[in-house]
Design a protein around this ligand. Structure first.
Ligand SMILES: Nc1ncnc2c1ncn2[C@@H]1O[C@H](COP(=O)(O)OP(=O)(O)OP(=O)(O)O)[C@@H](O)[C@H]1O
Ligand SMILES: O=C(O)C1=C[C@@H](O)[C@@H](O)[C@H](O)C1
Ligand SMILES: [Mg+2]
Length: 172
């Protein structure tokens, strides 16, 4: 039985994938991303899956991908932004080292750019992100053992994250 060195949670555009990849390089461990696992499993992008089949089938595949990755992966694991909404995922995360990579709605919007890659925000990305932060903010903070701001460049954020893990004795 193994466990990820760190599980990254946070809003879309907080940088879980980008910063997580850099953090894994710094720590010399592997990187895994549950959005990518779902994409490999179903042969299409998350955006296509949601557009073609709807959100519910995606969330079901995501729940399975998270459970599998928590069991198998021993490096840095990035979750999709909405994975934490699932109650069984919330329970599983309680046994792990979870870091909330934080940002604000305006920064997330600027990073995400057009909504094409995130159909769940397609109607009105600005309003959608504001609402998402309102609803999920407390959840991200509650599930995390550590919150680290992702401001600056991805490399700066990865360094900040590595130092925070070291300071709290949570690095591998
Ligand atoms: N300091 C920063 N931290 C993270 N990402 C940044 C930063 N500055 C710019 N970016 C850019 O923001 C974009 C979004 O980042 P990323 O896809 O890693 O977010 P995410 O948290 O994985 O989102 P999702 O939940 O949708 O998977 C990337 O194109 C990345 O290059
Ligand atoms: O925040 C969300 O609900 C999402 C974030 C992305 O990582 C993807 O998992 C998908 O676009 C949904
Ligand atoms: Mg991502």
């Amino acid at each position: 039985m193994t466990a990820p060195a760190v599980v990254l949670i946070g809003a879309p555009g907080s940088g879980k994938t980008t910063v997580g990849t850099l953090l894994a390089e710094r720590l010399g461990v592997g990187f895994r991303d549950t959005d990518q696992d779902v994409e490999h499993g179903c042969g299409m992008s998350v955006a296509e899956l949601v557009r073609l089949r709807g959100e519910a089938p995606f969330r079901e595949l995501e729940r399975i991908a998270v459970r599998t990755a928590l069991d198998e992966h021993d490096g840095v694991l990035a979750l999709g932004g909405g994975a934490v909404l699932d109650p069984s995922t919330q329970r599983l995360l309680a046994a792990h080292r979870v870091v909330h990579l934080s940002t604000d709605p305006a920064t997330a919007l600027a990073r995400i750019g057009g909504a094409a890659s995130r159909p769940l925000l397609a109607d009105d990305p600005e309003r959608g992100l504001r609402e998402l932060f309102r609803v999920r903010g407390p959840l991200y903070r509650r599930l995390a053992t550590l919150t680290v701001d992702s401001a600056g460049t991805p490399a700066q954020a990865a360094l900040r994250l590595a130092l925070a893990l070291e300071t709290t004795g949570a690095a591998t």
